[in-house]
Ligand binder design. Structure first.
Ligand code: S3P
Length: 406
C-alpha cells in the first residue's frame, strides 16, 4: 500500500507557520504535521492556530504534535502544558490527529481517549527509542498497547545500529498488520541506515511516511520530492507478470512466449543488469562478488515500476531477499515456475553463463540448492506453474489463465 506522505511544519512564528501551510497545501502530499514544540509564541494561541491551519489545509490531514525533549523534540516545547494542550485540541476537534506519547502517562491516556472516541480528532499513540531498536515482540507489544489505550493509530520510531534492526521494524510492521489488519500504524527506523524503512515501509503495512522539504524534524527524514519520485515507482500498482524460479526452469523461454501471446514487452532482469553494468553476470560475480550483484538486483526492481505492463523474467536468486519479494508483489503477479532437478540439469549442462553452477554442474548440487531455495520461492509466489515436459505454449496459457489475463 502506498503510504500517505506527511511533511512537518517546524517554524517558530504564527505567520511563518501559516505561510508554510499554504505552501504545503500545493504539494501532492496527504498530511501535514504541526510540530508545536518549534512554536515560539503564546500558548494561548495554539488552539486557534490549529483551527487556522486546518482551514488553510482543507482536505489535507493535519497532525498536531507537541514532541517532548525525551522524544527528540525541541526544548521550547517543555514550556507548554502537555496534557492541557492535547485535551484542548481533542475538544476542538479541528485537527485530524493529535500525537500522544504513550509512555508519558498511560492512565491519563486511557482516561481521555474514551470520551473523545467520537471526536473528529483521533489520537496517534506514539513511541520513540533514540538509542536502539527493541526486539520484534516488544515493538508488537508497544503497538498493541497503543490500540488497547484507545488510540486511533499507533506509531513507533526507533534507531537502528545495523541492517537487521531495520528489518526488525519492517517485520514487526508486517506482523502487526497481519494480527490487526484494521488498526492503522506508522513505523520507521530512523537515521541514514533506516531510510529504506521510510521508502519501503508501505510494502509491509506502514500507512504514513514523514518527509521534509528544508529542515528535518527527525533523523533520517528524506527530501519529500525525492520520496514522492520513488513512491511513484514502488507503488505503481500490480501491472506486470513476473516470472521467478530456479536457474534453467524456463523463465526466459516462457517469457518470450508470453510476450508474443500478449504483445507485452519483455524484460529480462539479468539482461537489464548486464546492459547497465556493461559486463556479463559472470564478470560481475568475479569482479564484485555476489553481494554486490544482489544489491543491483534489489535496486533494479524500483525501475520496473516505471515500465509499461510487461512480462518480467527474474534471475534465479531474485526471490531470495524479503525486500525484493515485497517490491515484486506490489508490481504484479509473481509466478513461480518449477521443474525437477533432472530437467534443470539437462537444460543447463552446456551453459557457461551461470556462475553459481560453475564446477557444480550435477544433479545432486542442483537438488540441494533447489531445496534450500524452495521455501523462499514458495513464499514469494502468488501463482505456481510446473514446466516439466510441457510445451511452452501450454505453460504460457496456464500462466495467463491464472493471472486472469485470458
Ligand atoms: C542466479 C541465477 C541467474 C543469474 C545469476 C544468479 C541465481 O539467473 O541471475 O547467475 O542465484 O539463481 P537465471 O535464473 O536466469 O539463470
Amino acid at each position: 500500500m502506498r503510504p500517505r506522505v506527511c511533511v512537518p511544519i517546524v517554524d517558530s512564528l504564527r505567520r511563518r507557520i501559516t505561510d508554510r501551510a499554504r505552501e504545503l497545501r500545493e504539494l501532492p502530499i496527504q498530511m501535514v504535521e504541526w510540530r508545536v514544540d518549534y512554536y515560539a509564541g503564546y500558548e494561548a494561541e495554539v488552539r486557534s492556530i490549529v483551527k487556522e491551519l486546518k482551514e488553510i489545509l482543507e482536505d489535507k490531514e493535519l497532525i498536531v504534535t507537541l514532541r517532548t525533549e525525551y522524544e527528540g523534540g525541541e526544548k521550547n516545547g517543555s514550556r507548554f502544558d502537555y496534557f492541557g494542550m492535547i485535551e484542548g485540541v481533542l475538544q476542538d476537534g479541528a485537527a485530524d490527529y493529535v500525537d500522544v506519547e504513550i509512555e508519558r502517562d498511560e492512565k491519563w491516556l486511557s482516561k481521555i481517549s474514551h470520551p473523545y472516541r467520537e471526536s473528529h480528532t483521533g489520537i496517534i499513540g506514539s513511541f520513540h527509542d533514540f538509542d536502539k531498536t527493541p526486539e520484534k515482540d516488544s515493538i508488537l507489544g508497544i503497538l498493541e498497547k497503543s490500540k488497547e489505550l484507545g488510540c486511533r493509530m499507533g506509531k513507533i520510531a526507533c534507531m537502528p545500529h545495523c541492517e537487521e534492526d531495520v528489518d526488525t521494524v519492517l517485520m514487526a510492521t508486517k506482523q502487526m498488520r497481519e494480527n490487526h489488519p484494521e488498526y492503522p500504524i506508522i513505523t520507521m527506523s530512523m537515521g541514514a541506515l533506516g531510510s529504506r524503512s521510510r521508502l519501503y515501509g508501505g510494502l509491509y503495512g506502514s500507512e504514513v511516511s514523514f518527509g521534509c522539504e528544508q529542515e528535518q524534524s527527525a533523523p533520517g527524514q528524506m527530501d519529500v520530492h525525492e520520496m514522492l519520485r520513488v513512491f511513484d515507482k514502488i507503488y505503481a500498482g500490480k501491472k506486470h507478470i513476473i516470472l521467478i524460479g530456479f536457474m534453467g526452469v524456463g523463465k526466459t523461454c516462457i517469457s518470450k512466449e508470453l510476450s508474443s501471446q500478449t504483445q507485452k514487452p519483455e524484460i529480462d532482469t539479468d539482461a537489464w543488469i548486464e546492459k547497465n553494468e556493461g559486463r556479463s553476470i559472470r564478470e560481475i560475480f568475479e569482479e564484485d562478488g555476489e553481494e554486490y550483484f544482489r544489491r543491483v538486483e534489489t535496486n533494479l526492481i524500483d525501475e520496473l515500476g516505471e515500465q509499461p505492463p510487461s512480462i518480467v523474467s527474474c534471475g534465479g536468486g531474485m526471490a531470495l531477499r524479503e525486500i525484493n519479494v515485497r517490491k515484486l508483489q506490489a508490481l504484479g503477479e509473481v509466478v513461480l515456475l518449477t521443474a525437477k532437478p533432472d530437467t534443470i540439469y539437462e537444460r543447463v549442462k552446456d551453459d557457461t553463463g551461470r556462475p553459481l553452477l560453475q564446477g557444480n554442474k550435477n544433479v545432486a548440487f542442483i537438488e540441494k540448492l533447489m531445496s534450500e531455495r524452495q521455501p523462499y520461492y514458495e513464499r514469494a509466489a502468488t501463482k505456481c506453474v510446473a514446466t516439466d515436459q510441457r510445451p511452452v505454449e501450454d505453460i504460457a496459457k496456464e500462466i495467463l489463465e491464472k493471472c486472469n489475463q485470458i
